[in-house]
Design a protein around this ligand. Structure first.
Ligand code: HEM
Length: 408
C-alpha cells in the first residue's frame, strides 16, 4: 500500500468511527462548483473550483520560513508592526518583506466612501453586531467541520480562550472607526492572518491527529475561507434582516464592502469574492449551508465559547442562557448537535419575545405593560452579551506565525 492509500484508509477508518458515534452527515461539498465569477468583484475569472486553490504565494514563502527556522525572529520583528500605515520593520527576510508590501495594498476596487459608511453602520449597529459576531458567527465556526478540526489540532487549539481572543481581534478591528485607515489595524491583522493560515497549511499535514480526522489533504482552501467568511457578514446580515432591523441599502452595501476588502487582504482571489448580497447569498447556499455539522472537536470549542460569559456576569450570561441564544440563532439541529441542553425559560422567551423586543428598540412598536419585563431583561442581555468578546480584548494581542501543531 503506498503512502497515500494507507493515509486514506486510516482516515476513512477514523471518519467512519466519528460519523458512527455522532450520526453525522457528509461534510464536504458534494456538488461541483457552479458559482459564476460573474457574481464576483472581479466580474470574471477562471471558474476553477476554489476547493483546489490555496494561497501559493504565501504558502511557499511561509513554509520556507518555518523549515529554515526563521519564524521566531520574524514574529519578534512583526510584534512591532501594528498600524496599517506603519513601515515594515527592518530586518525581515527580503522575500517576506516584498510579499507583505504587496499583500498590504488595498485592492484597486476599494471604495473609500463605502468604507466610511461602513464605519457609521458599525457604530450605529454595534450592539447587534457584537452579539451576532459572537453567537451567530462564533458558534457557527464550531459547526464548520473543517475549520473546527483545523483550529482544534493546530497550535492555538491547546488554549481555546487565547485563540478565540485572537479571532475576536479581527471582528473588533473591522468594526473600529479607523479600520482601514493609516492609524487602524485591520490591514495588519489580515496580512498577519494570511501568514498564519499559510503556516497552518504547511504544519497541519504533519499532524497525525489532524490527518486522521480531516477529509482534505491541505487545509484552508479558498473555498474554506469563503465558508468562514459567510459565517461572518452573510450570516450577520441574514439575522439582522430576520430581526427586521431597518438597514438602508447603502449601509448594508457598505458593510458588505468592508468584508469584501477583508477577503481580498486575507488572500482570497477576487473571482471568489461576491460583488453583491444576492451573489453572497447564492454562494453561501452552495458552500456554507450544506456543510454545517457537529464534530467532537467543534463541540469542545462550542463548550468553551459558551463559558466565556461567566467572566462578565454569572447570571444573565450563564452558560444555559447563552446556549438558549445559540439555539435561537442557529436552530435546534445545530444546538442538539453541540449537545446544548434545552432551556425551559429562555428558549420560549427568545422565540416569542425577541421579535417584539427588537421592534420596540427600533421604534416600530410601543412598549406596553406585558412587554415591559421581557424588554428590560432582553435589553440587559443584549448589552452584556455584546461585551463578551470585547472583554477578551483587554490585553494587547499579537497574532503570531505558528511553528508547530498542538501538542496532543
Ligand atoms: C488563525 C481569522 C478562515 C483556521 C486565524 C487568526 C485569525 C483568523 C484572526 C489568527 C488568530 C490566531 O493566531 O490564533 C480567520 C478569518 C477567516 C478564517 C477572518 C475567514 C474569513 C479560516 C479557515 C480555517 C482557519 C477556513 C480552517 C479551515 C485557522 C487556524 C488558525 C487560524 C488553524 C491558527 C490557529 C493557531 O494555531 O494559532 N484565523 N480565519 N481559518 N485560522 Fe483562520
Amino acid at each position: 500500500m503506498d503512502r497515500l492509500n494507507r493515509r486514506n484508509a486510516l482516515k476513512a477508518g477514523g471518519m467512519l468511527g466519528v460519523a458512527g458515534t455522532l450520526g453525522l452527515a457528509a461534510t464536504a461539498r458534494a456538488e461541483p462548483w457552479t458559482w459564476s465569477p460573474e457574481g464576483s468583484v472581479a466580474g470574471s475569472g477562471s471558474g476553477l473550483d476554489p476547493m483546489t486553490v490555496w494561497d501559493p504565494e504565501a504558502d511557499q514563502l511561509v513554509a520556507g520560513l518555518i523549515d529554515r527556522g526563521e519564524v521566531p525572529k520574524v514574529n519578534e520583528l512583526l510584534r512591532t508592526w501594528t498600524r496599517n500605515g506603519q513601515a515594515l520593520p527592518a530586518g525581515l527576510p527580503a522575500e517576506l518583506r516584498d510579499f507583505m508590501e504587496y499583500a498590504r495594498r488595498l485592492p484597486q476596487w476599494t471604495d473609500p466612501g463605502k468604507l466610511d459608511t461602513a464605519i457609521s453602520f458599525n457604530k450605529k449597529r454595534g450592539l447587534y453586531l457584537g452579539v451576532l459576531y459572537g453567537f451567530a458567527s462564533g458558534m457557527m465556526s464550531t459547526v464548520i467541520p473543517k475549520e473546527a478540526k483545523a483550529v482544534y489540532y493546530s497550535k492555538g487549539g491547546h488554549d481555546l480562550k487565547d485563540r478565540i481572543t485572537k479571532t475576536a481581534k479581527l471582528g473588533y478591528d473591522i468594526g473600529s472607526s479607523n479600520a482601514y485607515a493609516a492609524d487602524g489595524e485591520m490591514i495588519v491583522t489580515c496580512v498577519k492572518t494570511r501568514l498564519v493560515h499559510a503556516a497552518v497549511r504547511h504544519l497541519l499535514p504533519q499532524s497525525p491527529h489532524w490527518v486522521h480526522s480531516a477529509e482534505e489533504d491541505i487545509p484552508i482552501s479558498q473555498n474554506d475561507i469563503m465558508v468562514t467568511w459567510h459565517s461572518l457578514p452573510t450570516t450577520v446580515m441574514k439575522h439582522l434582516n430576520n430581526w427586521k432591523v431597518p438597514i438602508p441599502t447603502h449601509e448594508s452595501e457598505a458593510f458588505l464592502h468592508s468584508w469584501q476588502v477583508a477577503g481580498h487582504l486575507l488572500g482570497v482571489r477576487d473571482e471568489y469574492i461576491p460583488k453583491s448580497w444576492p451573489d453572497a447569498n447564492s454562494q453561501a447556499a452552495q458552500v456554507l449551508d450544506p456543510i454545517i455539522a457537529a464534530t467532537p472537536e467543534g463541540a469542545k470549542l462550542a463548550d468553551r465559547l459558551l463559558s466565556l460569559g461567566a467572566n462578565i456576569d454569572l447570571s444573565i450570561l450563564s452558560k444555559p442562557i447563552l446556549g438558549a441564544f445559540t439555539r435561537f440563532l442557529l436552530g435546534d439541529k445545530t444546538a442538539d448537535g453541540l449537545s446544548i441542553p434545552r432551556e425551559p425559560v429562555w428558549d420560549p422567551l427568545l422565540q416569542f419575545a425577541w421579535g417584539p423586543f427588537i421592534a420596540v428598540r427600533e421604534g416600530a412598536l410601543s412598549i406596553v405593560p406585558p412587554l415591559e419585563d421581557p424588554y428590560w431583561l432582553l435589553d440587559e442581555f443584549l448589552r452584556k452579551a455584546a461585551l463578551i468578546y470585547l472583554a477578551e480584548l483587554r490585553m494587547p494581542i499579537s497574532i503570531e506565525i505558528p511553528t508547530m501543531n498542538r501538542d496532543m
